[in-house]
Design a binder for this molecule. Structure first.
Ligand SMILES: [Zn+2]
Length: 71
């Protein structure tokens, strides 16, 4: 399965609020509309917290949906 990269989910400049360490891009498995896919999102290497950008959570899933339909 290919990993979908979301421009809004650039991990640079983000850090974990708990650990204070820089987030790193990490392929996270999401389930959406009965499909599973991997999206690269910033994640904390210490505690595993995954940062989901508000844009992605609120509206960009439609973009991912289109990607799925293209397959
Ligand atoms: Zn952390």
């Amino acid at each position: 399965m290919s990993v979908i990269k979301v421009p809004e989910a650039d991990s640079s400049g983000w850090e974990c609020a708990v650990c204070g360490v820089a987030l790193r891009p990490c392929a996270v498995e999401l389930e959406y509309l009965d499909s599973r896919f991997n999206v690269e999102l910033p994640a904390c290497p210490e505690c595993g917290m995954v940062f989901i950008p508000e844009d992605l959570a609120l509206g960009r899933m439609a973009q991912v949906e289109r990607l799925l339909e293209d397959k």
